[in-house]
Design a binder for this molecule. Structure first.
Ligand code: ADP
Ligand code: ASP
Ligand code: MG
Length: 456
């Protein structure tokens, strides 16, 4: 068995879904279980509908829902057999009726809780998985739709829930594995339900995570993440378009890259895959013949010190200064307790005797955090910053990497420099305005000569 996950762009239209059916058909003998994201930008649109509802713009949210229905209906009709059209229309009616009721209720209440956010954003994957199932049948595949909320059991941390692995694996093994023998199971990524049956989601980009959970649960021999790029590249193509494909990378390196912003893989994805030692492949659904990137458990020897450069943009640096910190112990604990209480993850930290600088990605609760910190320290915030992170297992064995980085940076001011505890990353913070030229300069420095066994 293998798991094949197709991201939003890979199922964004009738044409894209037809391509996906072809890719799945060519791998039928490996017993694929298919995980799909919402079609195109549907999740963003659903969240926009929710925001419009709480600001009381009734006409607008009704129009947005109407457009979303028209989009799904138009694309689906092109890939659903005539005989199934009536069922399709009925199901779309039901689903959109339910969504409309929910959003109208939200408009009355006027407050968007995480739980309601999940209820609304779940519709994307519920729709796409249903439509892809009908389309697969149209293209001759023995497809079977399974509602992910029946098998992915999560905690109640809505909008970023974590699975209860034991129970989820038990259900996947009981429900999905037997079906996959002679059918192509199609499930929505990203969504799950709490033990009480309340809809939850695994966080933005979470369909990759679903694929890894399903792979681990059914004991898949491989997890394939099909997306819109040729694989993991040496730099984020939206920031630096001239990157090369990385043919093989280790789990540890991939995890580091994902954590520091390489959106091509959700950071949590590698955890279940590593635990069960299942290789993960990143592949391009528009160019299925390209070999992609293979993520493996062992080290990947490479003549280049760096394998890829990741950027985490729009982060905030929090500088905390306190004279009472001098020679005092327990100070860091006090600081981190505040961040923990507000469920705000800290990515990078650097300290001196009387000050601590740290970076956060999610500034939602920053006002509250700041107020608490200011009870015992001076706080200064710098929004609009970027973490640049160079990843490569060889960084630790190669002398002079830092000197090369700072040589390449020229006049760009780098701060909070840190070599990660894992020793396979070197990161620092720059102003967001300097990102493009910095990545271009670093790419030139580290990928001028390529180890042909690792890069293409
Ligand atoms: P999907 O919808 O298939 O999950 P995503 O948009 O989540 O796709 O992830 C793929 C995108 O990740 C690419 O289009 C690319 O812009 C971005 N990306 C960022 N860093 C990298 C990188 N190092 N290599 C490849 N893609 C990257
Ligand atoms: N549809 C969800 C999102 O846009 C999950 C995913 O695509 O991975 O975040
Ligand atoms: Mg993604």
């Amino acid at each position: 068995m293998i798991v094949m996950k197709f991201g939003g762009t890979s199922v964004e239209s009738a044409g894209a879904i037809e391509r996906v059916a072809g890719i799945v058909r060519s791998r039928l003998e490996r017993h694929p279980v298919v995980v799909v994201s919402a079609m195109g930008k549907t999740t963003n649109k659903l969240l926009e509908i929710a925001r419009t509802a709480i600001s009381g713009k009734r006409e607008e949210f009704l129009r947005l829902i109407h457009d979303l229905r028209a989009f799904h209906s138009r694309e689906a009709r092109l890939v659903v057999p005539l005989a199934d059209r009536a069922e399709l229309d009925r199901t779309l009616d039901d689903i959109f009726q339910e969504l409309t009721e929910l959003v109208k209720g939200l408009a009355v209440v006027g407050e968007l809780t995480p739980r309601v956010t999940d209820a609304i954003s779940s519709y994307g994957e519920r729709l796409s998985s249903y439509i892809v199932t009908l389309a697969f049948r149209h293209f001759g595949l023995p497809a079977k739709h399974i509602d992910s909320r029946r098998v992915i059991v999560t905690d109640r941390r809505h909008t970023h829930a974590s699975p209860h692995f034991e129970e989820t694996y038990r259900r996947l093994n009981n429900v999905i594995a037997p079906l996959a023998n002679d059918q192509v199971v199609v499930m929505g990524g990203f969504i799950g339900a709490t033990e009480e049956g309340v809809t939850s989601t695994l966080g933005r980009g979470g369909s990759d995570f679903t694929a890894a959970i399903v792979g681990a649960g059914i004991g898949a021999e491989e997890i394939q993440i099909w997306t819109d790029v040729d694989g993991m590249l040496t730099a984020d193509p939206t920031i630096f378009p001239g990157g090369h494909r990385v043919k093989t990378i280790s789990f540890a390196e991939a995890a580091e890259l994902a954590y520091f912003g390489a959106k091509v893989l959700h950071p949590a994805t590698v955890v279940p895959a590593v635990e069960k030692n299942i290789p993960v492949l990143i592949l391009n659904s528009r160019r299925p013949d390209v070999e992609g990137t293979r993520i493996v458990s062992e080290r990947v020897p490479c003549a280049n010190a760096v394998k890829s450069i990741a950027c985490k943009r729009r982060i905030t640096v929090v500088n905390i200064h306190s004279n009472s910190m001098l020679m005092a112990h327990g100070f860091l604990r006090r600081i981190f307790e505040i961040f923990e209480r507000h469920e705000t993850a800290v990515d990078m930290v650097s300290t001196s005797e009387v000050s601590v600088s740290l970076t956060i990605d999610n500034a939602e609760r920053l006002d509250l955090i700041r107020a608490e910190l200011e009870r015992f320290s001076d706080v200064q915030l710098e929004p609009g910053q970027t973490i640049i992170c160079l990843v490569g297992d060889n960084i630790r064995y190669t002398p002079g990497v830092a000197a090369r980085i700072f040589g390449a940076l020229g006049s760009v001011n780098a701060r909070m420099i840190s070599q990660g505890a894992s020793l396979l990353n070197l990161s620092f913070v720059i102003d967001d305005a300097d990102v493009r030229r910095t990545v271009a300069a670093l790419h030139h420095e580290f990928f001028r000569d390529l180890d042909a066994s690792v890069f293409e």
